[in-house]
Design a protein around this ligand. Structure first.
Ligand code: JHZ
Length: 395
Protein backbone atom coordinates (compact mmCIF):
# COMPACT_ATOMS: atom_id res chain seq x y z
CA UNK A 1 0.00 0.00 0.00
CA UNK A 2 1.86 3.11 -1.25
CA UNK A 3 4.98 2.45 0.81
CA UNK A 4 6.80 5.28 -0.96
CA UNK A 5 4.55 7.76 0.88
CA UNK A 6 5.46 6.36 4.29
CA UNK A 7 7.67 8.74 6.27
CA UNK A 8 9.41 7.39 9.39
CA UNK A 9 9.18 9.51 12.55
CA UNK A 10 10.02 7.20 15.45
CA UNK A 11 12.57 4.46 16.06
CA UNK A 12 11.97 2.47 19.27
CA UNK A 13 14.83 0.02 18.64
CA UNK A 14 14.76 -3.79 18.77
CA UNK A 15 11.64 -5.37 20.24
CA UNK A 16 10.28 -8.83 20.95
CA UNK A 17 6.68 -9.92 20.39
CA UNK A 18 4.87 -7.90 23.06
CA UNK A 19 2.70 -10.73 24.35
CA UNK A 20 5.24 -13.55 23.95
CA UNK A 21 5.86 -14.19 27.66
CA UNK A 22 8.44 -16.92 27.81
CA UNK A 23 10.27 -19.58 29.83
CA UNK A 24 13.99 -19.42 30.63
CA UNK A 25 14.85 -22.14 28.12
CA UNK A 26 13.43 -19.98 25.29
CA UNK A 27 15.54 -16.88 26.00
CA UNK A 28 18.15 -17.85 23.42
CA UNK A 29 15.69 -18.22 20.56
CA UNK A 30 13.70 -15.09 21.17
CA UNK A 31 12.52 -13.32 18.01
CA UNK A 32 13.32 -9.59 17.78
CA UNK A 33 12.44 -6.99 15.16
CA UNK A 34 13.00 -3.24 14.53
CA UNK A 35 10.09 -1.23 15.90
CA UNK A 36 9.89 1.89 13.75
CA UNK A 37 6.82 4.00 13.08
CA UNK A 38 5.75 5.80 9.90
CA UNK A 39 3.15 8.29 8.69
CA UNK A 40 1.54 7.85 5.28
CA UNK A 41 1.28 11.33 3.80
CA UNK A 42 -1.43 10.19 1.38
CA UNK A 43 -3.91 8.23 3.55
CA UNK A 44 -2.72 9.83 6.87
CA UNK A 45 -2.41 6.34 8.33
CA UNK A 46 0.18 5.70 11.07
CA UNK A 47 1.75 2.24 10.86
CA UNK A 48 4.79 0.36 12.05
CA UNK A 49 7.43 -0.06 9.37
CA UNK A 50 8.25 -3.74 9.71
CA UNK A 51 5.21 -5.99 10.19
CA UNK A 52 5.61 -9.23 12.15
CA UNK A 53 4.17 -12.38 10.61
CA UNK A 54 0.67 -12.76 12.21
CA UNK A 55 1.10 -16.49 12.95
CA UNK A 56 4.07 -15.61 15.18
CA UNK A 57 1.73 -13.49 17.32
CA UNK A 58 -1.77 -14.94 17.08
CA UNK A 59 -1.60 -18.67 17.65
CA UNK A 60 -2.78 -21.24 20.20
CA UNK A 61 -0.40 -19.74 22.79
CA UNK A 62 -1.78 -16.20 22.61
CA UNK A 63 -2.10 -15.19 26.28
CA UNK A 64 -4.20 -11.99 26.22
CA UNK A 65 -7.57 -12.98 27.63
CA UNK A 66 -9.98 -10.05 27.49
CA UNK A 67 -12.06 -11.57 30.28
CA UNK A 68 -9.09 -11.20 32.65
CA UNK A 69 -9.26 -7.43 32.45
CA UNK A 70 -12.41 -7.42 34.53
CA UNK A 71 -13.74 -3.96 33.64
CA UNK A 72 -13.81 -5.03 29.97
CA UNK A 73 -16.51 -7.67 30.59
CA UNK A 74 -18.92 -4.93 31.64
CA UNK A 75 -17.76 -2.75 28.75
CA UNK A 76 -18.66 -5.43 26.17
CA UNK A 77 -21.98 -6.28 27.81
CA UNK A 78 -22.95 -2.60 27.65
CA UNK A 79 -22.05 -2.17 23.99
CA UNK A 80 -23.73 -5.46 23.03
CA UNK A 81 -26.98 -4.29 24.68
CA UNK A 82 -26.74 -0.88 23.05
CA UNK A 83 -26.23 -2.37 19.58
CA UNK A 84 -29.15 -4.79 20.09
CA UNK A 85 -31.41 -1.93 21.07
CA UNK A 86 -30.30 0.38 18.28
CA UNK A 87 -30.07 -2.02 15.33
CA UNK A 88 -31.83 -5.23 16.35
CA UNK A 89 -29.45 -7.34 14.19
CA UNK A 90 -30.69 -10.77 13.12
CA UNK A 91 -27.22 -12.03 12.28
CA UNK A 92 -24.07 -11.08 14.16
CA UNK A 93 -20.43 -11.78 13.40
CA UNK A 94 -17.45 -10.88 15.56
CA UNK A 95 -13.95 -10.64 14.13
CA UNK A 96 -11.36 -11.47 16.82
CA UNK A 97 -13.78 -12.84 19.42
CA UNK A 98 -11.07 -13.84 21.96
CA UNK A 99 -12.74 -15.48 25.02
CA UNK A 100 -16.22 -14.24 24.01
CA UNK A 101 -17.13 -11.35 26.36
CA UNK A 102 -18.96 -9.56 23.50
CA UNK A 103 -20.53 -12.44 21.60
CA UNK A 104 -21.82 -14.15 24.76
CA UNK A 105 -24.47 -11.43 24.88
CA UNK A 106 -25.99 -12.73 21.61
CA UNK A 107 -27.79 -16.00 20.93
CA UNK A 108 -25.47 -18.69 19.61
CA UNK A 109 -27.82 -19.81 16.80
CA UNK A 110 -27.45 -16.54 14.85
CA UNK A 111 -23.95 -15.45 15.85
CA UNK A 112 -20.56 -16.36 14.40
CA UNK A 113 -17.02 -15.90 15.69
CA UNK A 114 -13.78 -15.48 13.77
CA UNK A 115 -10.70 -16.11 15.90
CA UNK A 116 -7.29 -17.30 14.65
CA UNK A 117 -5.96 -18.12 18.16
CA UNK A 118 -6.86 -21.79 18.64
CA UNK A 119 -6.99 -21.59 22.44
CA UNK A 120 -9.67 -18.88 22.37
CA UNK A 121 -11.55 -20.31 19.37
CA UNK A 122 -12.06 -23.41 21.49
CA UNK A 123 -13.60 -21.29 24.26
CA UNK A 124 -16.32 -19.82 22.01
CA UNK A 125 -16.84 -23.18 20.29
CA UNK A 126 -17.43 -24.74 23.71
CA UNK A 127 -19.90 -21.95 24.45
CA UNK A 128 -21.86 -23.12 21.38
CA UNK A 129 -20.83 -20.48 18.81
CA UNK A 130 -19.82 -21.43 15.29
CA UNK A 131 -16.18 -20.28 15.20
CA UNK A 132 -13.95 -19.94 12.17
CA UNK A 133 -10.38 -20.53 13.40
CA UNK A 134 -8.89 -18.28 10.75
CA UNK A 135 -7.48 -14.83 10.08
CA UNK A 136 -9.96 -12.33 8.69
CA UNK A 137 -9.57 -11.94 4.90
CA UNK A 138 -11.80 -11.21 1.93
CA UNK A 139 -11.56 -14.89 1.00
CA UNK A 140 -12.89 -15.90 4.42
CA UNK A 141 -15.68 -13.30 4.16
CA UNK A 142 -16.75 -14.83 0.84
CA UNK A 143 -16.71 -18.28 2.38
CA UNK A 144 -18.85 -17.15 5.34
CA UNK A 145 -21.30 -15.46 2.95
CA UNK A 146 -21.64 -18.75 1.07
CA UNK A 147 -22.13 -20.83 4.26
CA UNK A 148 -24.00 -18.46 6.57
CA UNK A 149 -25.32 -15.58 4.45
CA UNK A 150 -24.89 -11.82 4.85
CA UNK A 151 -24.47 -10.38 8.33
CA UNK A 152 -26.37 -7.43 9.88
CA UNK A 153 -23.82 -6.55 12.54
CA UNK A 154 -20.10 -7.09 12.10
CA UNK A 155 -18.24 -6.21 15.30
CA UNK A 156 -14.56 -6.13 16.20
CA UNK A 157 -12.77 -4.78 19.27
CA UNK A 158 -9.03 -4.26 19.42
CA UNK A 159 -8.65 -6.36 16.33
CA UNK A 160 -8.91 -4.38 13.08
CA UNK A 161 -5.75 -2.39 13.92
CA UNK A 162 -4.01 -5.78 14.31
CA UNK A 163 -4.49 -6.64 10.63
CA UNK A 164 -1.82 -5.73 8.09
CA UNK A 165 -3.86 -5.44 4.90
CA UNK A 166 -6.66 -2.99 5.62
CA UNK A 167 -7.92 -2.82 2.04
CA UNK A 168 -8.50 -6.58 2.05
CA UNK A 169 -10.05 -6.33 5.54
CA UNK A 170 -12.56 -3.65 4.59
CA UNK A 171 -13.34 -5.21 1.19
CA UNK A 172 -14.23 -8.42 3.08
CA UNK A 173 -16.56 -6.53 5.43
CA UNK A 174 -18.18 -4.74 2.46
CA UNK A 175 -18.79 -8.10 0.81
CA UNK A 176 -20.43 -9.74 3.84
CA UNK A 177 -22.41 -6.83 5.32
CA UNK A 178 -26.17 -6.82 4.58
CA UNK A 179 -27.65 -3.82 2.77
CA UNK A 180 -28.61 -1.92 5.95
CA UNK A 181 -26.00 -3.64 8.10
CA UNK A 182 -23.54 -1.90 10.42
CA UNK A 183 -19.86 -2.50 10.93
CA UNK A 184 -18.80 -1.42 14.42
CA UNK A 185 -15.21 -1.58 15.56
CA UNK A 186 -13.15 -0.08 18.34
CA UNK A 187 -9.42 0.40 18.62
CA UNK A 188 -7.03 2.71 20.52
CA UNK A 189 -7.23 6.28 19.28
CA UNK A 190 -4.16 7.82 17.68
CA UNK A 191 -5.36 11.24 18.89
CA UNK A 192 -5.28 10.06 22.52
CA UNK A 193 -1.94 8.31 22.09
CA UNK A 194 -0.28 11.42 20.69
CA UNK A 195 -2.00 13.67 23.25
CA UNK A 196 -1.02 11.48 26.21
CA UNK A 197 2.39 10.48 24.97
CA UNK A 198 1.49 6.80 25.40
CA UNK A 199 4.04 5.47 22.92
CA UNK A 200 3.75 2.10 24.69
CA UNK A 201 0.61 1.38 22.69
CA UNK A 202 2.94 0.81 19.76
CA UNK A 203 4.05 -2.81 19.37
CA UNK A 204 3.95 -5.72 16.92
CA UNK A 205 0.23 -6.39 17.52
CA UNK A 206 -0.63 -2.87 16.44
CA UNK A 207 0.67 -2.58 12.88
CA UNK A 208 -1.65 0.43 12.53
CA UNK A 209 -2.86 3.10 14.91
CA UNK A 210 -6.04 4.73 13.75
CA UNK A 211 -7.17 8.30 13.39
CA UNK A 212 -10.71 8.92 12.18
CA UNK A 213 -9.34 10.80 9.18
CA UNK A 214 -7.21 7.87 8.03
CA UNK A 215 -10.00 5.35 8.60
CA UNK A 216 -12.47 7.39 6.61
CA UNK A 217 -10.02 7.49 3.68
CA UNK A 218 -9.46 3.73 3.80
CA UNK A 219 -13.10 2.73 4.31
CA UNK A 220 -14.32 4.97 1.49
CA UNK A 221 -11.94 3.50 -1.03
CA UNK A 222 -13.47 0.12 -0.16
CA UNK A 223 -17.13 1.15 -0.53
CA UNK A 224 -17.85 1.83 3.17
CA UNK A 225 -18.07 5.05 5.16
CA UNK A 226 -18.06 6.15 8.80
CA UNK A 227 -21.46 7.45 9.97
CA UNK A 228 -20.76 7.86 13.71
CA UNK A 229 -17.88 7.84 16.20
CA UNK A 230 -17.97 7.30 19.97
CA UNK A 231 -14.97 8.39 22.04
CA UNK A 232 -14.30 5.80 24.74
CA UNK A 233 -12.16 5.78 27.88
CA UNK A 234 -11.00 2.17 27.56
CA UNK A 235 -7.37 1.31 26.74
CA UNK A 236 -6.29 4.86 27.44
CA UNK A 237 -8.78 6.29 24.95
CA UNK A 238 -10.31 4.45 22.03
CA UNK A 239 -12.67 5.27 19.19
CA UNK A 240 -15.68 3.17 18.38
CA UNK A 241 -16.34 3.53 14.66
CA UNK A 242 -19.77 2.90 13.12
CA UNK A 243 -19.56 2.28 9.36
CA UNK A 244 -22.01 1.22 6.70
CA UNK A 245 -22.31 0.98 2.93
CA UNK A 246 -21.23 4.23 1.31
CA UNK A 247 -24.68 4.96 -0.16
CA UNK A 248 -26.71 4.45 3.08
CA UNK A 249 -27.68 6.95 5.84
CA UNK A 250 -26.38 10.41 6.62
CA UNK A 251 -23.16 11.07 8.42
CA UNK A 252 -23.69 12.13 12.06
CA UNK A 253 -22.04 15.20 13.55
CA UNK A 254 -19.71 13.05 15.69
CA UNK A 255 -17.76 12.18 12.53
CA UNK A 256 -17.27 15.77 11.51
CA UNK A 257 -16.39 16.84 15.07
CA UNK A 258 -13.79 14.09 15.42
CA UNK A 259 -12.24 14.81 12.05
CA UNK A 260 -12.14 18.55 12.75
CA UNK A 261 -10.55 17.99 16.17
CA UNK A 262 -7.92 15.70 14.68
CA UNK A 263 -7.07 18.17 11.94
CA UNK A 264 -6.95 21.10 14.40
CA UNK A 265 -4.52 19.04 16.52
CA UNK A 266 -2.37 18.31 13.47
CA UNK A 267 -2.89 14.57 12.93
CA UNK A 268 -2.70 15.18 9.17
CA UNK A 269 0.66 16.90 9.55
CA UNK A 270 4.07 15.18 9.75
CA UNK A 271 5.45 17.83 12.15
CA UNK A 272 3.04 16.63 14.86
CA UNK A 273 4.67 13.19 14.69
CA UNK A 274 8.20 14.62 14.78
CA UNK A 275 7.23 16.50 17.98
CA UNK A 276 5.73 13.32 19.42
CA UNK A 277 9.04 11.51 18.80
CA UNK A 278 10.88 14.17 20.85
CA UNK A 279 8.38 13.74 23.69
CA UNK A 280 8.89 9.96 23.62
CA UNK A 281 12.64 10.34 23.91
CA UNK A 282 12.23 12.77 26.86
CA UNK A 283 9.85 10.34 28.55
CA UNK A 284 12.50 7.60 28.28
CA UNK A 285 15.18 9.77 29.92
CA UNK A 286 12.86 10.83 32.74
CA UNK A 287 11.64 7.32 33.49
CA UNK A 288 15.05 5.66 33.41
CA UNK A 289 16.64 8.44 35.52
CA UNK A 290 13.86 8.18 38.10
CA UNK A 291 13.98 4.39 38.35
CA UNK A 292 17.77 4.28 38.51
CA UNK A 293 17.79 6.92 41.26
CA UNK A 294 15.21 4.95 43.30
CA UNK A 295 17.21 1.79 42.84
CA UNK A 296 20.42 3.48 43.98
CA UNK A 297 18.47 4.50 47.11
CA UNK A 298 17.80 0.76 47.66
CA UNK A 299 14.08 1.00 46.93
CA UNK A 300 12.13 -2.10 45.85
CA UNK A 301 10.03 -1.68 42.71
CA UNK A 302 7.27 -3.92 41.36
CA UNK A 303 5.33 -3.48 38.11
CA UNK A 304 1.58 -4.17 38.08
CA UNK A 305 0.09 -5.66 34.89
CA UNK A 306 2.27 -7.66 32.48
CA UNK A 307 0.90 -5.69 29.55
CA UNK A 308 1.91 -5.53 25.94
CA UNK A 309 2.44 -1.84 26.69
CA UNK A 310 5.01 -2.54 29.40
CA UNK A 311 6.92 -4.75 26.95
CA UNK A 312 7.39 -1.67 24.78
CA UNK A 313 8.43 0.56 27.71
CA UNK A 314 10.87 -1.91 29.24
CA UNK A 315 12.54 -2.77 25.93
CA UNK A 316 12.71 0.80 24.66
CA UNK A 317 14.03 2.13 27.99
CA UNK A 318 16.27 -0.86 28.76
CA UNK A 319 14.52 -1.59 32.07
CA UNK A 320 15.27 -5.10 33.31
CA UNK A 321 15.15 -7.14 36.51
CA UNK A 322 18.05 -5.10 37.92
CA UNK A 323 15.51 -2.28 38.29
CA UNK A 324 12.07 -3.93 38.48
CA UNK A 325 12.16 -7.00 40.75
CA UNK A 326 8.97 -8.58 39.51
CA UNK A 327 5.76 -8.02 37.51
CA UNK A 328 2.41 -9.15 38.92
CA UNK A 329 -0.43 -10.19 36.64
CA UNK A 330 -3.83 -11.81 37.12
CA UNK A 331 -3.59 -13.83 33.86
CA UNK A 332 -2.72 -17.46 34.61
CA UNK A 333 -1.04 -17.90 31.19
CA UNK A 334 1.39 -15.06 31.91
CA UNK A 335 2.26 -16.20 35.45
CA UNK A 336 5.55 -18.03 36.11
CA UNK A 337 7.00 -16.75 32.85
CA UNK A 338 9.42 -13.94 32.01
CA UNK A 339 8.56 -10.71 30.25
CA UNK A 340 9.46 -10.55 26.54
CA UNK A 341 12.90 -9.11 25.80
CA UNK A 342 13.90 -7.87 29.25
CA UNK A 343 13.08 -11.14 31.07
CA UNK A 344 11.59 -9.76 34.28
CA UNK A 345 9.79 -12.54 36.24
CA UNK A 346 5.97 -12.47 36.06
CA UNK A 347 4.03 -13.89 39.00
CA UNK A 348 0.51 -14.09 40.37
CA UNK A 349 -0.55 -11.16 42.61
CA UNK A 350 -1.39 -13.82 45.22
CA UNK A 351 2.30 -14.66 45.51
CA UNK A 352 3.22 -11.03 46.19
CA UNK A 353 3.34 -9.19 49.50
CA UNK A 354 2.87 -5.62 48.30
CA UNK A 355 4.06 -4.33 51.69
CA UNK A 356 7.59 -5.44 50.74
CA UNK A 357 7.66 -2.89 47.90
CA UNK A 358 8.27 0.85 48.01
CA UNK A 359 7.10 1.65 44.47
CA UNK A 360 4.69 0.11 41.98
CA UNK A 361 5.08 1.02 38.31
CA UNK A 362 1.76 0.92 36.47
CA UNK A 363 2.28 -1.42 33.52
CA UNK A 364 -1.52 -1.28 33.16
CA UNK A 365 -1.88 2.50 33.63
CA UNK A 366 -5.22 2.26 31.78
CA UNK A 367 -6.59 0.48 34.88
CA UNK A 368 -5.07 3.01 37.28
CA UNK A 369 -8.26 3.55 39.33
CA UNK A 370 -8.93 -0.19 39.76
CA UNK A 371 -5.32 -0.90 40.72
CA UNK A 372 -5.07 2.01 43.17
CA UNK A 373 -8.36 0.91 44.73
CA UNK A 374 -7.15 -2.68 45.12
CA UNK A 375 -3.92 -1.63 46.82
CA UNK A 376 -5.05 0.43 49.80
CA UNK A 377 -2.75 -1.45 52.23
CA UNK A 378 0.24 -0.72 50.00
CA UNK A 379 -0.66 3.00 50.00
CA UNK A 380 -1.28 3.07 53.77
CA UNK A 381 2.13 1.48 54.22
CA UNK A 382 3.74 4.42 52.38
CA UNK A 383 3.84 2.72 48.97
CA UNK A 384 3.81 5.01 45.92
CA UNK A 385 2.86 4.48 42.28
CA UNK A 386 4.87 5.48 39.22
CA UNK A 387 3.44 6.08 35.78
CA UNK A 388 4.80 7.57 32.57
CA UNK A 389 1.39 8.56 31.11
CA UNK A 390 0.81 11.40 30.39
CA UNK A 391 4.07 12.38 32.15
CA UNK A 392 6.57 10.54 34.31
CA UNK A 393 5.31 11.07 37.87
CA UNK A 394 5.23 9.50 41.33
CA UNK A 395 1.87 9.68 43.12
P1 JHZ B 1 -4.39 -4.43 29.07
C1 JHZ B 1 -3.90 -5.47 25.00
O1 JHZ B 1 -2.79 -4.78 25.46
C2 JHZ B 1 -3.48 -6.33 23.87
P2 JHZ B 1 -2.33 -4.75 26.95
C3 JHZ B 1 -4.24 -6.14 22.64
N1 JHZ B 1 -3.33 -6.29 21.55
C4 JHZ B 1 -4.81 -4.82 22.41
O2 JHZ B 1 -5.16 -4.51 21.31
C5 JHZ B 1 -4.84 -3.86 23.51
O3 JHZ B 1 -4.92 -4.54 24.73
C6 JHZ B 1 -5.86 -2.79 23.34
C7 JHZ B 1 -3.59 -7.48 34.09
N2 JHZ B 1 -4.25 -6.89 35.25
O4 JHZ B 1 -5.84 -4.70 28.95
C8 JHZ B 1 -4.47 -8.23 33.14
C9 JHZ B 1 -3.71 -7.12 36.50
O5 JHZ B 1 -2.72 -7.86 36.67
O6 JHZ B 1 -4.01 -3.11 29.59
C10 JHZ B 1 -3.77 -8.01 31.82
O7 JHZ B 1 -2.75 -8.99 31.62
N3 JHZ B 1 -4.30 -6.52 37.58
C11 JHZ B 1 -5.31 -7.17 22.59
O8 JHZ B 1 -1.67 -6.03 27.32
C12 JHZ B 1 -3.12 -6.66 31.96
O9 JHZ B 1 -3.02 -6.41 33.36
C13 JHZ B 1 -5.40 -5.71 37.47
O10 JHZ B 1 -5.89 -5.19 38.48
O11 JHZ B 1 -1.52 -3.53 27.12
C14 JHZ B 1 -3.94 -5.54 31.35
O12 JHZ B 1 -3.74 -5.56 30.01
C15 JHZ B 1 -5.93 -5.46 36.14
C16 JHZ B 1 -7.13 -4.55 35.96
C17 JHZ B 1 -5.32 -6.08 35.07
O13 JHZ B 1 -3.79 -4.67 27.66
Amino acid sequence: MQSSLKKEFLNLGKHPIANAFLKKEDFRNEFLFDLKVCFNTDTKLVSIKEFVEPKKIFNENYPYNTSNSFPMIKHFKNIANLLKEKYNPQKVLEIGSNSGPFIENFKSDNSICVEPCGNFAKVTEDMGYKTYVEFWTTDLAKNIKKNDGEQDLIFAANCICHIHNLDDTFAGVKNLLSKDGVFVFEDPSLFNIIQRGSYDQIYDEHPHIFSVIALDNLLRRNGLKIFAVDNLNVHGGSNRIYANHIDVKDVETSVITNKNNEIAFGLDNFTTYENFAKRVSDSKSKLTNLLKKLKSDNKKIISIGATAKSTTVFNYCGIGSDIIDVISDTTIEKQNTYSPGMHIPVVSPEKINMLEYDYAYLGAWNFKDVIVNNNKDFINNGGKFITHVPDVIIF
